[in-house]
Design a protein around this ligand. Structure first.
Ligand code: MG
Length: 383
């Protein structure tokens, strides 16, 4: 894999001359339910940065209600508007490493940082007239998509939710589980869907007292157990991994390159799901990916899920050959009444094809953004 730190330096210096932030709320076509809560609307912040004629878009896409992470759309808004944007506006950065260091000094909120970091990467690609995928040296490949389905009221509802989507050609299926709704759900999916490539995501709902659940699930031929234990309990994950054949995949548990090194040293996982939002953008994502690849840890790109801006960035990351498992990035119609990019994300035979145009390859539609806009800020105020 290329060295992202060298690439960041090669792309040279830049200035964030203008920055705009738009908060949008877009209704979900299906409520998103995991072990710790439920959302009905996608509430995200879209960031546009520019230098001369070049520009880039980014997205801060935390879940409301702190049920995935402590960050929320409200905390992202205040971090961006009150701290990050005023501090970075008009500043010149020696490289992306310089910007990333400033972002880390200014805020602990990786979701807010991701919006600015990924927007700056798109700006650098557009400045050179190339796609961000090309800038990063990743091949143009069909990116296999996996279907993720949340918790539902009954097993019948779960199976019909899966069947409504499965005809899009997805390459694997992931279901959410929580304590008390686990083995029976996997049995129901095996009955209803047969021997499809399947795994479970617990979103950290279990403890070290629940290992018997995973010992039973170990007999169902699942691809992985995603984040069974609390994110801090890497030692617990290592204990569980010793007792099951199924690979453990960490999501919430790996926020930094340092976390990845620790998890690998402990034997806490065999797979890592990297989300740009969770780790603070491309630089840290590719640093984590490199450590994982060097140690034979499997990789795939996860989502919050994000709107088209964040999803397009995730597809750039998923073009990196180290990410061998199908991504959680789904087509726009899977979640949103309307997505902010045109064309919307679509699947062909269950795969995404990243458009070859400059930057992220997608056009952010101003009409759709303004239709769903709940607030907007321009910096400097009169641009
Ligand atoms: Mg997860």
């Amino acid at each position: 894999m290329m060295d992202v730190n060298s690439l960041a330096r090669e792309c040279g210096e830049f200035c964030l001359e203008t920055i705009s932030v738009t908060r949008v709320c877009i209704p979900l076509v299906e409520h998103f339910r995991i072990s710790s809560g439920e959302v009905r609307v996608k509430d995200a912040l879209l960031v546009r940065v520019s230098e001369g004629n070049a520009f880039g878009w980014g997205e801060a896409s935390a879940m409301p209600g702190s049920f995935y992470s402590p960050e929320t759309p409200d905390s992202c808004q205040s971090d961006l508007i009150d701290h990050l944007v005023p501090a970075l506006l008009g500043q010149r950065f020696g490289s992306m490493i310089d910007l990333n260091n400033r972002l880390e000094q200014l805020s602990q909120n990786r979701f807010a940082r991701t919006a600015l970091e990924t927007a700056a990467w798109e700006l650098l690609a557009r400045r050179q007239g190339v796609s961000l995928r090309q800038l990063m040296g990743f091949p143009q490949v069909a990116i296999r998509s996996g279907l993720g389905v949340g918790l539902h009221g009954t097993e019948e509802e779960l199976i019909s939710a899966i069947r409504r989507q499965w005809s899009d050609g997805y390459h694997r299926l992931k279901i959410k589980i929580k304590r008390g709704q686990d083995i029976s759900l996997v049995e129901a999916v095996r009955r209803g869907m047969g021997d499809v490539p399947l795994f479970v995501d617990a979103n950290a709902d279990y403890t070290r007292n629940d290992f018997n659940v995973f010992r039973t699930l170990d007999t169902y031929g699942l691809l992985m157990f995603e984040q069974p234990l609390p994110k801090e309990d890497l030692e617990g994950a290592a204990l569980l991994q010793k007792q099951v054949q199924t690979p453990i995949c960490l999501d919430e548990g790996v926020e930094t390159e340092e976390d990845a090194r620790r998890a690998i040293a402990l034997g806490s996982c065999r797979i890592v799901n990297i989300k740009l939002q969770r780790v603070g953008g491309f630089l840290e994502a590719l640093r984590i990916a490199r450590v994982c690849e060097d140690h034979g840890i499997g990789l795939w790109v996860g989502t919050m899920p994000e709107l088209g801006v964040g999803a397009a960035a995730a597809l750039v990351l998923a073009s990196c050959p180290a990410f061998a498992f199908p991504t959680d990035v789904e087509p726009s119609h899977r979640w949103y009444e309307n997505d902010v990019v045109s064309p919307p994300l679509k699947l062909s035979q269950g795969c995404h094809l990243v458009p070859p145009g400059p930057g992220l390859g997608y056009h952010v539609d101003p009409g759709i953004v303004s239709h769903y806009e709940v607030a907007k800020w321009h910096f400097p105020a009169n641009h």
